[in-house]
Design a protein around this ligand. Structure first.
Ligand code: UT7
Length: 322
């Protein structure tokens, strides 16, 4: 049987750090409120002129190096983002050219914070059906470009960054199952209300900002992530105690803690980066994965549960042996 196995991870965060204290000078907020309500202490923000593909390229190069493969052998590129450099070509095509890769399929996936889970799900299907042998899967965002820096209910939450993995066809066990869902009826709880249809002039003027009814999103997120955990374990006939590591989307430490509690997992088995990264949307899961792989916490053959929830609403999980 052929599995899709993660053989390398990479991450990149812009050097520019914005702390909660920096935000106190911009909006009516406090370091204490942000820490207590979200778990965030700081976030990385792209510098002037630095684009999402710039971040994605750095993360991709690090993943390629970690997997010890030749970039030319990559036969599929999937880039999850909600902040593409251009309307078209896709950012995956722009990245493909930067990596000097030519001919393989390259496309973007838009599932907001669940984007990386969606991208992994698609790549896994390509690999297990024999259509791909080495896939580059990336989550990258510059949410700082779509934040209203006068809105304290959103601008304190998000950060910029990119995470990437190389997925290879393998006889050794890798991804065991993937689960993705969406329910578009929740559009109005979390959105950027402008695009081509609703007045692209707002996008051009840099006025297309995230709007979120945070409290309502929070409640649906906690319940939905609880359900996806049950669905994933049931599909694999596994118990909560089988999971070695939870690698969750980093939206709010209270959401992460609730999911860990549901899994009866100690927080020592949960990869938490929200304190340093903030919410980096599609980049948050691969960035967290990369951090815990590089610092030696995640070891070969351990069982990882990756999960995310975001705008759409979209949600999903990946259960994988590392
Ligand atoms: O990644 C995609 C999915 N996103 C999420 O999962 C985010 C889910 N939501 C959340 O994480 C939380 O709802 C937030 C962190 C966004 C907000 O936390 P909350 O505990 O739900 O706060 P709240 O919205 O109920 O607001 C509580 C109070 C309000 O004041 P009043 O009405 O009680 O006087 C807000 O105006 O906190 C106020 N507030 C702030 N105060 C200081 C809201 N933002 C801030 C702020 N600083 N930045």
């Amino acid at each position: 049987m052929t599995y899709a196995r993660i053989t390398g991870t990479g991450g990149y965060l812009p050097e520019n750090i914005m702390t909660n204290h920096d935000l106190e000078k911009i909006v009516d907020t406090t370091d204490q409120w942000i820490r207590e309500r979200t778990g965030i202490e700081q976030r990385h923000i792209a510098v002037e002129g630095q684009t999402m593909v710039d971040l994605a390229e750095m993360a991709a190069r690090r993943a390629i190096e970690a997997a010890d493969i030749d970039a030319q052998d990559i036969d599929l590129i999937i880039l999850a983002t909600s902040t593409p450099d251009k309307i078209f070509p896709s950012s995956a095509c722009i990245l493909q050219a930067r990596l000097d890769i030519h001919g393989c399929p390259a496309f973007d996936v838009q599932a907001v914070c669940t984007g990386f889970i969606y991208a992994m799900t698609i790549a896994e299907k390509f690999i297990t059906t024999g259509s791909s042998k080495k896939a580059l899967v990336i989550g990258a965002e510059v949410f700082s470009h779509i934040l209203n820096w006068k809105d304290r209910t959103t601008c304190v939450l998000f950060g910029d960054g990119a995470g990437a993995v190389i997925l290879e066809a393998s006889e050794d066990t890798g991804i065991l199952s993937t689960h993705i869902h969406a329910d578009g009826k929740y559009e109005n709880l979390l959105l950027v209300p402008y695009g081509i249809a609703d007045g692209y002039d707002k996008v051009k003027a840099g006025e297309a900002f995230i709007e979120m009814k945070g409290n309502e999103v929070f409640k649906v997120a906690v319940n939905t992530l609880g359900r996806i955990v049950d669905e994933t374990l049931a599909a694999n006939n596994m118990m909560k105690s089988d999971i070695d590591w939870l690698v969750p989307h980093q939206a709010n430490i209270r959401i992460i803690t609730a999911t860990a509690k549901k899994l009866k997992m100690s927080m020592d088995q949960v990869v938490v980066t929200i304190n340093k990264h903030g919410n980096t949307s599609a980049a948050s899961v691969p960035l967290a994965l990369d951090v815990a792989v590089r610092d030696g916490r995640i070891k070969p053959n351990e069982l990882l549960l990756l999960e995310a929830f975001g705008g759409g609403f979209t949600w999903g999980s990946v259960l994988t042996r590392f």
